[in-house]
Ligand binder design. Structure first.
Ligand code: SAM
Ligand code: DTB
Ligand code: SF4
Length: 322
C-alpha cells in the first residue's frame, strides 16, 4: 500500500519491448512517470547519504575493463594490504559524524578468503553498533560465506551485474554472468538485502542498458538497492577514452530503474564528480535517492562534501534519516 492508499503492483515479468518503450518515451514523459512512482513510494526530497571505503585496494586478479584495481591493467592505484578493523571503524565514525547513515566497504578481490571474512564480519558488527546500515562488496561468495555475513548482521551485499548479458563478454572474461547471478542468489537465500546494479557509459547501446535494467527488474525479488554508476574513466584501463554517455541518457537510465523497481533504493553512484548540478538535480527528479558522500569513492574522486551540502541546500533536499 502506498502513502496515498493506492496499490502499485510490483512486476517481475517485463518484456524487452516494454522496457525499451520506456527508454524511448519523450524525456518529460519518462521523468513524470518516474517522479510520480517515486513520490508514491518514498518521501519526496529525501536522499540517503552513504559513504564508501576501500578496505583492500588494488592487485585484483579479475580483468574488468573499467576497473583501475585490476592487476591486469596499467592503471596506477597503489596496492594495499587489507585495512585493520579499528582503522575501518574510525573511518565509519567520521562518516557518521559527517551525516552518512550507510557505510559501504569494498575489497578488490575475486572472492574473499575465509580468514579475510573474519575481519570483515568484525567490521560489519562495528558499523552496525554505530547505528549505520552496513554494505560490503567482496566479489563472489559461497553460500556458507553469505550465511557468515548474515550472522554478523550485514544489511546489504553489493554485487553488480554491471551490464547486459550480451555486452558482458566485452567487459569481463574472468568470471561469467552466471557466476554473478549465483552469488546474488546465495546472498538472497542467506536473508541479506541485495544491492545490485551496473555501469553505463562503457560504450554499450540503449538496447544493452535496457536489458541490464530488465534483468534486474525480472529477478524474483527486486534488489532492494540498485546502484547506477556512470563509468569513471581511468588512465591505463581499457575503457579509458570511451565516448562519454550523454547526460540526459544517464538520467533516463535512473528514471527507467525507478519505474521498473518502484520500491528499491536507486543509487546515483560513481560518476558524480564529472556531472553538473543540473544533471544531478534531474537524477533526483527521476527517482535517485542515494548518493555517496565523501571526497573519494573506492579509488577515484567524488564531489567534496561541502559542494554536496550546497547542492542539497539549493534543491531543498534533505539527508534521509536512518
Ligand atoms: N571486487 C569486487 C567485485 O567486483 O565484485 C568488489 C569491488 S568492485 C570495485 C565494485 C563495483 O564498482 C564494480 O562492480 C563496478 O560496478 C564498480 N566500478 C568499478 N570501477 C568503476 C569505474 N571505473 N566506474 C564506475 N564504476 C566502477
Ligand atoms: C557500486 O556500484 N559503486 C561503488 C560501490 N558499488 C562499491 C563503487 C564505485 C567505484 C568507482 C571506481 C573507483 O573509485 O575505484
Ligand atoms: Fe577486481 Fe572488482 Fe575491480 Fe573487477 S571490479 S577488477 S573484481 S576490484
Amino acid at each position: 500500500m502506498h502513502k496515498d492508499g493506492s496499490v502499485n503492483s510490483i512486476r517481475n515479468n517485463w518484456c524487452e519491448e516494454e522496457v525499451r518503450a520506456l527508454f524511448d518515451l519523450p524525456f518529460n514523459d519518462v521523468i513524470y512517470q518516474a517522479q510520480t512512482i517515486h513520490r508514491k513510494n518514498f518521501t519526496a526530497n529525501h536522499v540517503q547519504m552513504s559513504t564508501l571505503l576501500s578496505i583492500k585496494t588494488g592487485g585484483c586478479p579479475e580483468d574488468c575493463a573499467y576497473c583501475p584495481q585490476s592487476a591486469r591493467h596499467e592503471a596506477t592505484v597503489k596496492v594495499g594490504k587489507m585495512m585493520e578493523v579499528d582503522a575501518v571503524l574510525a573511518e565509519a565514525r567520521r562518516a557518521k559524524a559527517a551525516g552518512a547513515t550507510r557505510y559501504c566497504m569494498g575489497a578488490a578481490w575475486r572472492e574473499p578468503k575465509e580468514r579475510d571474512l573474519d575481519a570483515v564480519c568484525l567490521m560489519v558488527e562495528g558499523v552496525r553498533d554505530l547505528g549505520m546500515e552496513s554494505c560490503v562488496t567482496l566479489g563472489m561468495l559461497t553460500p556458507a560465506q553469505a550465511h557468515r555475513l548474515a550472522a554478523a548482521g550485514l544489511d546489504y551485499y553489493n554485487h553488480n551485474l554491471d551490464t547486459s548479458e550480451e555486452f558482458y563478454g566485452e567487459i569481463i572474461t574472468t568470471r561469467s554472468y552466471q557466476d554473478r547471478l549465483d552469488t546474488l542468489e546465495f546472498v538472497r537465500d542467506a536473508g541479506i538485502n541485495v544491492c545490485c546494479g551496473g555501469i553505463v557509459g562503457m560504450g554499450e547501446g540503449r538496447a544493452q542498458r535496457s536489458e541490464l535494467l530488465r534483468t534486474l527488474a525480472n529477478m524474483p525479488v527486486h534488489p532492494e538497492s540498485v546502484p547506477i554508476n556512470n563509468l569513471v574513466q581511468v588512465e591505463g584501463t581499457p575503457l579509458n577514452g570511451t565516448e562519454p554517455l550523454d547526460a540526459l541518457e544517464f538520467v533516463r537510465v535512473i528514471a527507467v530503474a525507478r519505474i521498473l523497481m518502484p520500491r528499491s533504493m536507486v543509487r546515483l553512484s560513481a560518476g558524480r564528480e564529472q556531472m553538473s548540478d543540473e544533471t544531478q538535480a534531474l537524477c533526483f527528479l527521476a527517482g535517485a535517492n542515494s548518493i555517496f558522500l565523501g571526497d573519494k569513492l573506492l579509488t577515484t574522486g567524488n564531489p567534496l562534501p561541502d559542494s554536496d551540502v550546497a547542492l542539497f541546500d539549493k534543491l531543498g533536499v534533505e539527508a534521509m534519516p536512518i
